[in-house]
Design a protein around this ligand. Structure first.
Ligand code: 3HC
Length: 295
């Protein structure tokens, strides 16, 4: 199995906002990156967005012009899982659907080198269950990045029931190579951050639903009263109301406590297709601009 310093080739699956941010980080850390997506338009958008983001960093003097251009060149777009056969580490950031992810892990297990580490960026799906779809459960781990990955300073590492100490240590050092701080969670619903964040967001919906205050006052209260960069309702729109609802359901089902039961207003917004910033309407309306990367 590759140690952190031996991780030279990284496969990233999914060219949405998370996958492209992860690819950018790995390329900037000197890795050869294979960015996989079946949708070639998504790959083009991701490369344009990564290039713009790295060039912005170079313009601000946070990266030399040469490193910026070298990082861009280190990213190769690919369209099949077979293209990842030489990766030392694969990080998937595809749709949050357990069956789809399990199918992908089965394929990855077949085609990647026996030494490769398989990581999931899942926000709430059990790493132990994903690992059980493979014949290498000791080399399957959660690497939970936060949106936007190039800016957020944290990676939450999730240890499945069978993840080995060596794999945890390698992924922790690799995450530090990406410039991130690391926290480690056991594999329980919502891990650490979403276990605490989502009930706060849900409570903000309850406050709105029961008429405690306006959405603006709820958000301003948490921004100015507790120094959060965004209020909880604005953050829910930024994350995606569908994602928040899905994590709450995982918490509710997995922990069996009614305190995680999703607020009916959140459920109704999702039913109505008000999914947040990515759809132009969530708790708040957003001006639709042509974005370079789709979530
Ligand atoms: N990609 C790259 N860089 C970005 C970016 C993006 N998508 N969005 C903003 N930035 C950069 C800007 O270029 C700017 O850089 P600079 O200061 O060097 O010029 C910097 O971030 C600040 O951006 P802005 O001035 O435009 O805006 P803000 O100061 O309001 O910051 C924010 C934007 C960083 C998104 C900030 O509002 C924030 O931290 N919000 C909270 C984000 C958060 O909590 N994310 C985690 C969500 S939970 C999650 O992801 C887990 C999942 O499982 C649900």
């Amino acid at each position: 199995m590759a140690t952190a310093s031996e991780i030279a080739a990284v496969g990233v699956i999914g060219a949405g906002q998370m996958g492209s941010g992860i690819a950018q980080l790995a390329a900037a850390a000197g890795c050869a990156v294979l960015l996989l997506d079946a949708d070639s338009a998504a790959l083009s958008r991701a490369v344009a967005s990564i290039s713009a983001s790295l060039r912005r960093l170079a313009a601000k003097g946070q990266l030399s012009q040469a490193s910026c251009e070298d990082s861009i060149k280190r990213i190769r777009c690919v369209s099949t899982v077979q293209d990842l056969r030489d990766a030392d580490l694969v990080i998937e950031a595809i749709v949050e659907n357990e069956d789809v992810k399990k199918k992908l892990f089965v394929e990855l297990d077949k085609i990647t080198k026996p030494s490769a580490i398989l990581a999931s960026n899942t926000s709430s799906i059990s790493i132990t269950r994903l690992a059980s779809a493979t014949k290498r459960p000791s080399q399957v781990i959660g690497m939970h990045f936060f949106n936007p990955p190039p800016i957020m300073k944290l990676i939450e590492i999730i240890r499945g029931a069978d993840t080995s100490d060596e794999v945890c240590a390698a992924v922790k050092s690799f995450s530090e190579r990406l410039g991130k701080s690391v926290i480690c969670s056991q594999d329980y619903p919502g891990f650490i951050v979403n276990r605490i964040l989502m009930p706060m967001i849900n409570e903000a919906f309850w406050a709105l639903y029961t008429g405690v205050a306006t959405k603006e006052d709820i958000d301003t209260g948490m921004k100015l009263g507790t120094n959060h960069p965004m209020g909880p309702l604005q953050l829910a729109d930024f994350i995606g109301l569908d994602v928040c609802l899905s994590v709450l359901r995982v918490l509710h089902n997995g922990l069996g406590d009614n305190k995680y039961s999703p607020c009916p207003l959140l459920v109704q917004y999702v039913d109505a297709g008000r999914l947040g910033k990515k759809r132009g309407l969530g708790v708040y309306p957003y001006a639709q601009k042509s974005s370079s990367v789709k979530p």
